[in-house]
Design a protein around this ligand. Structure first.
Ligand code: SAM
Ligand code: SF4
Length: 474
C-alpha cells in the first residue's frame, strides 16, 4: 500500500509530548538542597558528566549566597575548560516585519497598528549586507516575522542573495535563521541554501501561559512550534537553536524545560541543539508588560551559570537586548556568542533610520547599541578573543561544540588558531591603528600559550593574512 497523507493514519497510541508540566514541577518541588548536595552536582559537571533534570533542579533550588557563589565559580571554570577565552560575534539582520501572529509581547504583532511594515527589497537587502560587511561582520542571523510571503523559498532566496554579497574583503560566511516553524519540505528548501543554524524559540514551554500570550495566528499552536525542530531534523537540518523568552513564565520552569528539550533532541537524533538563547522581555511598541515573571539581573546570571553546568557543549547566546554590563557579567559564566553593532530597525544598517517613526520598525528596544568596534574593544580589554570563526561548519565538522568538549586538545589545535585568524583579518581590514595594536598584543599572548609547532603554523598563516590573503582556516 502506498501511504499518502490521506491514507496514512497515525497509530492509535497516545503521543506523549516531551514537555510534561507535572514532571518539571515535581523536580522543582521539595526542600532547598544542602551545600553538600549542590557540591556533588557541581563536581559531577566539572567531571564532564551530563547533569540530569534532577541535578539541574538541585542547582535551581539552591538560592542561598554560598551555593550561588559555588555555582558561578564552577560555571566560570567549566567555561574556561570548554571554550577557552573565545567569544563568537554576529549581528542580526531583520528582513521583514509582516506578521500574522499576535504575540502579546512583540512590536511586530498583527494587532499593533502603529507598526510600520516593511520587507527589504533585494536592493535594500544588498545595501544592508554591504553596510554590515563594511563593519567587519562575517556571521549574520536573518530574522523574519511569520507571514505568508515569507515562504521557505523566500527565506532560501534571501540567504543566497546575502551569501552572494561581497564588498572589498567583506563576505558573509555563515548565515543563521530565526523565523517561523516550517514543515519538513520547507526545512529542506532552506537547508539547501546553505544556512547554518535554524533558531526557533518556544517563548514559554508552559502550555497554559503559551495560550495566553499567543491568542491568534499560526503560532497559537503550541505543539506545532514545539515539534518544529524535530521536523528540521527529519529534513536533515541538524543544526538548530532553541530558546525561551524569559519574563513570560517562571524562569525556573523554563530553564528545566530548555534542558528537557535538549535531552529530547539528543535522545531522538543523537545531536543536541547548537545553541540556546534566553532573551529577556524588553519594552516594545504598544506592549503592556506584566512584571509578574520578570527575571532580575541576579537570577538571570544564575540561570546562565546553571545552563553552562547542565549543557557544557551547547553554545549560549546573549543578545543586545541586555545592557553592556549584564552581557559582560554573563560572558564570565557561560555565554559563548554575542551580537555586536546591532540595529533592529529594518533597513537601519545602511541608512540612519534612528528617528521616531523608524522606532516603530523595530521589534523591541535594545539596551546595548554599541558599535562592533566598541564591543570588540571591550572584549580585548577583558582578555577575550573575539572570533568570527566559521571553520567547523564549512569543513563539515558539525557537532563541533561536542568536539571542543570531548576531543582533547581540540581547542588549541583548531578553535584558538581559527579565532586568531579571523581576529587578524578584522584587525587588518576594519580596525583603527590603536585597536590593531591591542588586538595583536592579545594574539601574541595566545600564541605564547600554544604548543610550538601549532604556534609556528599560526604565525606563518598570520603572515599570509598580513600580506592580503583571506579566509584561511584549519
Ligand atoms: N517571527 C518569528 C518567531 O516568532 O519565531 C521570528 C522571531 S522574532 C522576530 C525573534 C524573537 O524575539 C522571538 O522568538 C521572541 O522570543 C523575541 N521577542 C519578541 N518580542 C520580544 C520582546 N518584547 N523583548 C525581547 N524579545 C522579544
Ligand atoms: Fe510575529 Fe514573531 Fe513577533 Fe510573534 S514574535 S508577533 S511571530 S514577529
Amino acid at each position: 500500500m502506498i501511504f499518502t497523507p490521506q491514507t496514512y493514519k497515525l497509530p492509535d497510541i497516545p503521543q506523549q509530548p516531551f514537555i510534561d508540566v507535572a514532571e518539571i514541577e515535581s523536580f522543582l518541588r521539595g526542600n532547598k538542597p544542602s551545600t553538600k548536595e549542590v557540591t556533588e552536582v557541581i563536581v559531577k559537571s566539572l567531571n564532564k558528566e551530563r547533569l540530569s533534570m534532577q541535578d539541574t533542579a538541585t542547582l535551581i533550588k539552591a538560592d542561598d549566597a554560598e551555593s550561588v557563589a559555588l555555582i558561578k565559580q564552577a560555571a566560570r571554570e567549566l567555561k574556561r575548560q570548554v571554550y577557552g577565552n573565545r567569544i563568537v560575534l554576529f549581528a542580526p539582520l531583520y528582513v521583514g516585519n509582516y506578521c500574522m501572529n499576535n504575540c502579546a509581547y512583540c512590536g511586530f504583532r498583527a494587532g499593533n497598528k502603529e507598526a510600520v511594515r516593511t520587507t527589504l527589497s533585494r536592493e535594500q537587502l544588498i545595501r544592508e549586507v554591504e553596510a554590515l560587511e563594511d563593519e567587519g561582520q562575517k556571521r549574520l542571523i536573518l530574522v523574519f516575522g511569520e507571514h505568508a510571503s515569507y515562504t521557505p523559498q523566500f527565506i532560501a532566496d534571501t540567504a543566497r542573495t546575502v551569501y552572494g554579497v561581497k564588498k572589498g574583503h567583506g563576505e558573509i560566511r555563515r548565515l543563521n535563521i530565526n523565523a517561523a516553524p516550517l514543515d519538513i519540505e520547507g526545512f529542506r528548501t532552506v537547508k539547501e541554501a546553505g544556512i547554518g543554524t535554524y533558531q526557533i524559540f518556544q517563548e514559554t514551554y508552559h502550555p497554559e501561559a503559551y495560550k495566553r500570550y499567543h491568542p491568534s495566528g499560526p503560532k497559537k499552536d503550541y505543539h506545532y512550534r514545539l515539534t518544529a525542530l524535530d521536523r528540521a531534523q527529519e529534513a536533515g537540518l541538524d543544526d538548530v537553536g532553541i530558546g525561551a523568552l524569559f519574563g513570560l513564565y517562571d524562569w525556573k520552569f523554563e530553564t528545566l524545560a530548555l534542558l528537557r528539550h535538549v535531552n529530547h533532541l539528543e535522545a531522538c537524533y543523537n545531536v543536541g541543539p547548537h545553541t540556546i538563547s534566553f532573551p529577556r522581555m524588553q519594552a516594545a511598541s504598544n506592549v503592556a508588560f506584566d512584571k509578574q515573571y520578570a527575571v532580575s539581573d541576579d537570577d538571570f546570571v544564575r540561570m546562565v551559570a546553571i545552563l553552562r553546568l547542565a549543557v557544557p557543549y551547547t553554545g549560549l547566546i546573549c543578545t543586545a537586548r541586555e545592557k553592556a554590563e549584564v552581557r559582560r557579567e554573563v560572558l564570565q559564566y557561560g555565554v559563548s556568542q554575542i551580537d555586536g553593532g546591532t540595529k533592529l530597525e529594518i533597513g537601519a544598517y545602511a541608512e540612519d533610520l534612528h528617528n521616531e517613526q523608524n522606532l516603530q520598525r523595530e521589534q523591541f528596544h535594545i539596551n546595548d547599541s554599541r558599535s562592533l568596534h566598541h564591543v570588540i574593544e571591550q572584549l580585548l580589554d577583558d582578555g577575550y578573543l573575539p572570533s568570527f570563526c566559521t571553520a567547523c561548519y564549512r569543513k563539515g565538522r558539525t557537532g563541533e561544540h561536542f568536539m571542543e568538549f570531548s576531543v582533547p586538545g581540540f581547542i588549541k589545535r583548531f578553535c584558538t588558531p581559527n579565532a586568531i585568524f579571523t581576529l587578524a583579518e578584522y584587525l587588518e581590514d576594519y580596525a583603527s591603528e590603536a585597536q590593531q595594536q591591542k588586538g595583536y598584543a592579545l594574539i601574541e599572548e595566545q600564541l605564547a600559550r600554544l604548543e610550538a609547532p601549532v604556534a609556528a603554523q599560526v604565525k606563518a598563516t598570520l603572515e599570509r593574512i598580513r600580506k592580503g590573503e583571506r579566509d584561511l582556516y584549519l
